[in-house]
Design a protein around this ligand. Structure first.
Ligand code: ASP
Length: 333
């Protein structure tokens, strides 16, 4: 009980001690999948070319009965620490040359989520998001205060700038141009390409629990303080334990206006197949007149999956799914 006489989130979601405090018999590490939902067969899905590598980290964990929560965190940590330009430390500087991170994690059994936006000077953004979920009643912490929160949780502060991100910013700044974030909205016709990427992972574990997460350093040369779609629940990622989960990537400033990952999961709940649901969700953004680059990948808890994109004519968007049968990489057209 909290001091207002209610049930605290930690008691609700954070493990055996909390459940025991609630008088739940046989409390396990985290609340279990309701019996009515079939367990299903484990899988991990990860977006972009990060897929095979991240899945190779996550799959052995799933095969050893790890929790989908740990699997998603570790698969995404792997990508965050690669030194890739588009995700994690050492990439995509903002308008003043600083790299900042957005990430979110969502746990199916409790519909619990945690996220950080514009996180500075801390590398493993998805792990900080997990701390928000597990250690607080909040869902999203941002900016320097997210950094202070991470430090309280024991994370080391370090520069997120690399030689590559510094050079990219130096080159851009030397042109003396204003960030394209001040350009007109991409409605009716396509604007200048806006460069960015996100890694998204979805896992179903042997116990039948579903988890989704995503992490990004956002949009190149963004206005300082900008937070994209990735840490917004239902925009960057979403999961529903009874149905499935989805992750998004692309122009988050526009995509978040449509909550595409929430939308696609709800379409599946109403009976639509994953591929048709993904296409309908992306079409909704196009039908509103937006001409952007963006995509989603979605997976139902029985393992059926689909993906759709808008724009990205010359950019091959893909996602990879690993099951006991192996890893398949699916190009999205
Ligand atoms: N959606 C991310 C953002 O706008 C970037 C991306 O996935 O391309 O921050």
């Amino acid at each position: 009980m909290n001091d207002k006489g209610g049930i605290s989130r930690r008691a609700f979601g954070a493990g055996a001690a909390g459940l025991a405090a609630l008088g739940v018999a046989g409390a396990s590490e985290r609340p279990a999948r309701p019996k009515i939902i079939p367990a299903g067969k484990p899988f991990i899905l990860t977006t972009w070319d990060f897929g095979p590598g991240a899945n190779a980290v996550g799959w052995p964990m799933l095969a050893a009965d790890a929790s989908a929560l740990d699997v998603v965190e570790k698969a995404i940590n792997h990508v965050e620490l690669l030194g890739d330009y588009w995700v994690g430390a050492g990439g995509v500087p903002n308008e003043v040359g600083e790299t900042t991170l957005d990430a979110m994690i969502m746990w199916g059994p409790t519909h619990d989520a945690g996220a950080v936006g514009c996180l500075k000077r801390v590398k493993r953004a998805i792990s900080v998001a997990r701390k928000v979920m597990e250690e607080t009643q909040h869902s999203l912490i941002v900016g320097d205060d997210a950094t202070r929160f991470a430090a309280r949780m024991g994370f080391a502060e370090t520069s997120l700038t690399s030689v590559v991100s510094q050079q990219a910013w130096d080159k851009w700044a030397a042109k003396g141009e204003r960030t394209n974030a001040f350009d007109p909205e991409p409605i009716g016709k396509k604007g200048e390409p806006v460069s960015h990427d996100t890694v998204g992972s979805i896992a179903l574990d042997a116990a039948g629990n579903l988890c989704v997460g995503c992490s990004t350093n956002g949009r190149e040369f963004k206005i300082p303080g900008r937070v994209g779609d990735s840490p917004i629940i239902g925009a960057g990622a979403y999961c529903d334990q009874a149905v499935g989960a989805a992750v998004a990537t692309g122009n988050g400033d526009v995509m978040m206006r449509f909550l595409p990952t929430y939308h696609v999961v709800e379409l599946m709940r109403s009976g639509m197949e994953p591929q048709a649901a993904a296409e309908a969700t992306i079409r909704r953004i196009e039908d509103a007149g937006y001409r952007i680059d963006g995509g989603i990948a979605v997976i139902r808890r029985d393992g059926a999956h689909g993906g759709a994109k808008t724009g990205w004519k010359d950019t091959p968007f893909s996602y990879s799914v690993q099951t006991a049968a192996g890893n398949v990489k699916i190009p999205v057209s």
